[in-house]
Design a binder for this molecule. Structure first.
Ligand SMILES: [Zn+2]
Length: 285
């Protein structure tokens, strides 16, 4: 790794002011001669100011004794954290989710069934969520720790943004297909829950696994489960592995009801939050 590549990775920490005196001087020296790194720095300074500014905006009413209800202030803070995170989420997530959704619409129209969209939705969502918080290579984490916003709030904000975006994509895709086929009357809350539950489950599973084993492995785990669940009943097995596959399918089938899946999603979400908090404490210590 050359000097530029190495120092470029330090820039978020430089912006957050968490480098040692010696490292700071080295970055400052390099910044004078590298326009690329200067651009990177101004990006991170913008982000850092955004997060700090959001905190000041929340404190300002207190100083002026303006009676702002506590809940309103919480909402205000949540809004600012959400807004600051939009820029920090990998841009590929928005684009690839949208592209795969378009693919889903095309397949659904060709197959004349909206189920193609429902089958693809958990894949898209799990892949996006697995990449919102890579512990090893997330420079924003150090920045986060230098501000009053906790890692858990950041994680929750990114999850809400990416998961919400995917819900919206799937919802609009399925409505479009039902509309084209003249079946809008088929839409119901039960159907909505039917596709949202596996999406929530695989997304929270991917999130949890990404914190433990990294994004790529998390995607593999979530995809394998969904493929097994989707394809297994269609296949016929013979030989000594058949019994194992059948019992696995049965096990997955038992958890396939929306309420079970939503409960498991909540559990995985809570575990992910707990794990993030624990990791942050360890990093700060
Ligand atoms: Zn450079």
């Amino acid at each position: 790794m050359n000097e530029h590549e190495k120092l470029k990775e330090w820039i978020p920490f430089y912006a957050a002011g968490t480098l040692s005196e010696e490292e700071r001087a080295r970055v400052a020296q390099h910044l004078r001669q590298c326009p690329d790194c200067r651009a990177e720095l101004s990006l991170w300074q913008g982000v850092s100011q955004e997060i700090r500014a959001s905190d000041q905006t929340i404190r300002a009413p207190e100083l002026r004794q303006v009676p702002v209800r506590k809940s309103a202030r919480h909402l205000w803070k949540a809004w600012y954290i959400l807004r600051s995170q939009v820029a920090l989420i990998r841009t590929e997530i928005w684009l690839s989710s949208a592209l795969v959704s378009v693919l889903g619409i095309i397949v659904a129209l060709l197959m004349e069934t909206v189920n193609a969209v429902y089958f693809l939705a958990p894949f898209i969502s799990a892949a996006g969520v697995a990449y919102i918080y890579g512990m090893q290579n997330d420079p924003a984490l150090e920045l986060t720790l230098a501000t009053p916003v906790s890692a858990q709030q950041i994680l929750m904000a990114r999850l809400a943004l990416v998961f919400g975006y995917n819900i919206l994509l799937t919802f609009s895709s399925s409505l479009l297909i039902l509309f084209i086929h003249g079946q809008v009357a088929q839409f119901s809350w039960a159907v909505l829950l039917d596709w949202m539950a596996p999406m929530a489950f695989l997304s929270s599973l991917a999130l949890f696994c990404s914190l433990l084993w990294g994004s790529v492995n998390a995607v593999m785990v979530a995809y394998s489960l969904w493929v097994i669940k989707g394809i297994m009943p269609e296949l016929e097995f013979s030989g000594r592995y058949a019994a194992g596959f059948v019992s696995l399918t049965n096990l997955l089938g038992k958890f396939a009801s929306p309420s079970h899946l939503l409960f498991l999603s909540l559990l995985l979400f809570v575990l992910a939050m707990w794990f993030t908090g624990k990791k942050q404490v360890r990093l700060l210590a």
